[in-house]
Design a protein around this ligand. Structure first.
Ligand code: TYM
Length: 323
């Protein structure tokens, strides 16, 4: 199965990114053809500082490699190193109805949060469809916030195939219910831009502060605590297997549990969980040449696949006037 997904290098990666997508991608590389990339063209819709984009792209690459993405088992690259994707975006644009884009939640959410309402932001889903269709992806692991984008990509693929003949694979979203929307410390969806994210490679002090700020209810200590909709319980559960989760549930339901103590404990769990990755990341950050070479080699492999799909699309729409 060809599995593909991408992430924007537009800020530090957090628990939502990790459980919603990155961890699952690393698992998929074992038995699938995995395509994973850093979508810096997409990040241009909200990052207007060149040096910041450069730095964040490099850091996101270190993050992914440190978390276990193996460039030998997968294809890992930076979106803009395969420029073909911008050409495909144009070809797809002409079978993308305005209405489809006008209904995009993410466009509305982002502009409401102050991101400039540019054409790039509006056309964002078309570039994302190109990302997916250019590589013949069958399955796309994402969090729930990307569900509509995947529906748009499917619509575009179907429309293109109907108009010009069979050209693209119609991709399936892969959303894992238990981690579809990881909550932030305030209970809203965890997001880079909401200030509610627990960043996986944050410093110790910063991470502890974030964990201690997890919003809890005011149930008195001597009463059972709810688990449903309890952000502390939900975040802790991410690190537990089913048996351990049952135990945690029992602890919450037993009077006497102190939220403050559970938070301290959770900080320890998160800190320890990422400790080996943190170490590997520190090593990678210092080995710039290795990281850059790895990405370049990934782009070379990605381009081989992209060339086939782009050529087919160019031919099917009639750009091959010489024939
Ligand atoms: P991005 O960079 O916002 O997020 C990367 C991935 O993390 C998931 N995610 C979450 N999952 C669960 N709970 C959360 N709180 C949470 N927050 C983020 C996202 O759903 C995503 O899977 N448009 C995409 C990037 C993209 C892409 C693609 C993805 C561009 N082209 C092609 C797949 C295929 C984005 O902005 O993700």
């Amino acid at each position: 199965m060809r599995v593909l997904s991408g992430i924007q290098p537009s800020g530090s990666l957090h628990l939502g990114n990790y459980f919603g997508m990155m961890k699952r991608m690393v698992e998929y590389q074992e038995n699938n053809e995995l395509f994973c990339f850093l979508v810096n063209y997409h990040a241009l819709t909200s990052v207007f500082d060149a040096e910041l984009l450069r730095r964040q792209t490099f850091e996101a690459a270190c993050d992914f490699l440190a978390l276990g993405l193996d460039p030998e088992k997968s294809v890992f690259w930076v979106q803009s190193d395969v420029q073909e994707v911008t050409e495909l975006t144009w070809l797809l644009s002409n079978v993308t109805g305005m209405g489809l884009l006008e209904r995009s939640h993410s466009y509305k959410d982002k502009t409401a949060k102050g991101i400039p309402a540019s054409h790039g932001l509006f056309a964002y889903p078309v570039l994302m469809a190109a990302d997916i269709l250019l590589y013949g992806a069958e399955k796309v692991p994402v969090g729930k916030d990307q569900k509509q984008h995947l529906e748009i990509a499917r619509d575009i693929a179907i429309r293109f195939n109907n108009t010009y003949g069979e050209t693209f694979v119609v991709p399936e979203p892969d959303i894992e219910e238990s981690v579809a929307t990881v909550p932030g410390i305030d209970g809203q969806k965890m997001s880079k831009s909401y200030g509610n994210a627990i960043e996986i490679f944050a410093g110790e002090k910063e991470m502890r502060e974030k964990v201690m700020k997890i919003k809890t209810d005011s149930t008195p200590v001597d009463q059972p605590k709810p688990v449903e909709g309890n952000v502390l319980y939900e975040l802790y559960s991410l690190f537990l297997d089913e048996k351990e989760r049952e135990k945690l549930k029992e602890r919450f339901l037993t009077p006497g549990l102190k939220y403050g103590e559970v938070k301290k404990e959770l900080f320890g769990v998160i800190w320890e969980y990422f400790a080996p990755y943190r170490k590997e990341r520190e090593r990678l950050v210092k080995d710039r040449q290795y990281v850059v070479d790895t990405l370049r080699e990934g782009a070379r492999k990605a381009r081989q696949v992209a060339a086939v799909y782009l050529e087919r699309a160019r031919r099917n729409v009639g750009l091959d006037y010489w024939n």
